[in-house]
Design a protein around this ligand. Structure first.
Ligand code: FAD
Length: 527
């Protein structure tokens, strides 16, 4: 295999271009792993434009973010106080199975706690009707109950990052980037430059040698990370790496984002993201501590922008009345798909420049954070090591995106909505990845198993699939399997214990709003 042009040259300086969530997470991971704040550490510089704004959305996360923040040395109390944070225990999907009929809605939760299988695997028994009328998430987890009661996932005696149940966060994207900026520069030794990159210089062997800026001159480095968002300044414009669109699988390509106030200081804050299906996409609704973040993500091939705005405003009217007509709606075009490669020569793409799919399961920050940490923890010491590492990195990141796309598509192709071409087109087999079709065929004859998720890099695993499949009424034919499951009495006991456990837990938890207020006032105990 051909070695990189720089051979034995040590990698001593990384330049991250772009200061959105992806850029700052990347800079933090690199600086933490490479001991940037010590005399022998690798230098990390982050360059961002003062006048090109960040995307400004990205408010939902998944539980993996907790381990990351803790790993980076961030205190949960500071994070909650500074980033308008609330807790997230689930995504509640409303009207995904059927269009609402005579005011009747269907809803299910994709919760973060996994079913307890220590004494018994409850899944086949739920499928065989042993949990009476309980929903799937309601039968195998306590979290649907806690979410519906607007309760927080922890109490004040839990230490930072610990909880009674699994959780992630909702956050204000702009505040989060500013928070990470302070952490990276004050604690981890990252150098920050506010300037516009106007050109990218390549050396004879095709590596990036420097970026040219409008106020800081030419900045050289050994490795460059493209975190310039959809602009993709380095990976696309300088390195010419192509983009593989995936809008033939996932149709939504625009978002209309709106921030709305709470109508009173005592309005409950949901401890889950609400994702409500509409005629050409779905609406996210996230409760932060000081405001709500909402938006309609839709397919411009199935609706027009004016109608999309009407749909969002109609949705908002139910909660904020006439104010729905006054809130500012910002339209964001979205490029759905991923790069042909994410690491070429000495250039790595992390963030929207790497790839993006609709934010249905909050996969953006998850993948950018995971790939930033992978780069940091497998960081090349020399130029000659780069091409081999890049090959592996590219294969893993591609796999992660493909698995995410399967999982997102699952939500659509199980829908029975027939009210618009958007939903019918989503069930067209030609739009469903073969890997997903094969899994669904297997799961019609037996419940999903951990063997179906062999790669440890799958970001969504068995339990995530179970919550969506059975929340959406997917049918597995259990009749030929009944003889394998003979612990009906034990399963009924399991389901009734789960219910009592939920009620008991709930009695000791604070309302979500109250929990946030107390954390802001008193702080959590350090780990
Ligand atoms: P950006 O935020 O766009 O930052 C780009 C940076 O590059 C900026 O600092 C800019 O100044 C800089 N830059 C650009 N050009 C230049 C230049 N010439 N010179 C110098 N600097 C330059 N993710 C989730 O995990 N959960 C969600 O709920 C979620 N919701 C989303 C909703 C929508 C509608 C969209 C579109 C995305 C959502 N995402 C979500 C993804 C989320 O936005 C991204 O994870 C995150 O914000 C990362 O963006 P970024 O840092 O790659 O790019």
């Amino acid at each position: 295999m051909q070695e990189g042009g720089g051979g034995e040259k040590s990698i001593r300086h990384v330049l991250v271009v772009g200061g959105g969530t992806a850029g700052w997470l990347t800079a933090c991971h690199l600086a933490r792993a490479l001991k940037t704040n010590t005399p022998d550490g690798v230098k990390v510089t982050l360059v961002e434009s003062a006048n090109i704004p960040t995307i400004g959305v990205g408010e939902g996360t998944v539980p993996a973010i907790r381990a990351s923040l803790e790993h980076l040395g961030i205190r949960e109390t500071d994070f909650v106080r500074d980033c308008d944070v609330t807790f997230k225990q689930s995504i509640k999907f409303v009207d995904w199975l059927h269009a609402p009929d005579a005011g009747q809605s269907h809803a299910y939760h994709h919760v973060f706690d996994y079913p307890d299988r220590r004494t018994l695997d409850p899944i086949p028994y739920w499928l065989m009707g042993q949990a009476a009328n309980a929903s799937f998430a309601g039968a195998v987890s306590v979290q649907e109950y806690l979410c519906e009661a607007n309760l927080g996932p922890k109490v004040m005696t839990h230490t930072e990052y610990d909880g009674a149940v699994n959780y992630a966060y909702h956050l204000d994207a702009a505040r989060f980037a500013a928070f990470l900026t302070r952490h990276a520069t004050e604690k981890l030794g990252v150098v920050h430059k506010l300037t516009n990159v106007t050109d990218v210089k390549l050396s004879g062997d095709g590596d990036i040698s420097a970026v040219v800026t409008d106020s800081e001159g030419t900045l050289e480095a050994d490795l460059f990370v493209d975190c310039t968002g959809f602009a993709s300044l380095l990976i696309e414009k300088a390195m010419g790496v192509g983009f593989i669109p995936k809008d033939d699988v996932l149709f939504v390509d625009h978002a209309l984002a709106a921030q709305v106030p709470y109508m009173s200081d005592s309005e409950p804050i949901p401890c889950h993201t609400l994702a409500t299906a509409r005629e050409a996409g779905w609406i996210w609704d996230i409760g932060l501590s000081a405001r709500r973040g909402t938006g309609y993500v839709y397919s411009s091939r199935h609706t027009d922008h004016d109608r999309a705005e009407e749909v969002l405003r109609n949705y908002l009217r139910a909660s904020v009345g006439d104010m729905a007509d006054k809130v500012d709606c910002r339209r964001i075009p979205m490029r759905i798909g991923y790069r042909e490669k994410y690491w070429v020569k000495n250039c790595v793409a992390i963030g929207l420049s790497q790839g993006f799919v609709e934010p249905l399961e909050a996969t953006g920050i998850l993948i950018y954070d995971a790939t930033a940490r992978m780069l940091a923890e497998q960081f090349p010491a020399h130029r000659r090591a780069m091409d081999r590492l890049a090959k592996r990195f590219n294969a893993r990141v591609r796999n992660a995106w493909d698995r995410v796309i399967d999982f997102i598509k699952l939500h659509y192709c199980l829908s029975q909505r027939d009210d618009s071409a958007f939903w019918r087109d989503n069930r067209d087999e030609a739009s469903i990845p073969r890997s997903l079709l094969e899994n669904l065929a297997v799961w019609r004859d037996q419940p999903p198993s951990s063997y179906d998720f062999a790669s440890r890099l799958d970001v969504f695993n068995l339990d995530n699939y179970l919550y969506v499949l059975y929340g959406m009424g997917f049918e597995t034919n259990m009749a030929p399997l009944i003889s394998r499951y003979q612990e009906a009495a034990a399963s009924q006991e399991y389901f009734s214990r789960m219910r009592s456990h939920a009620e008991h837990l709930a009695s000791g938890l604070l309302s979500h709003r109250e929990l946030i207020a107390r954390i802001k006032q008193y702080g959590l105990q350090r780990v």
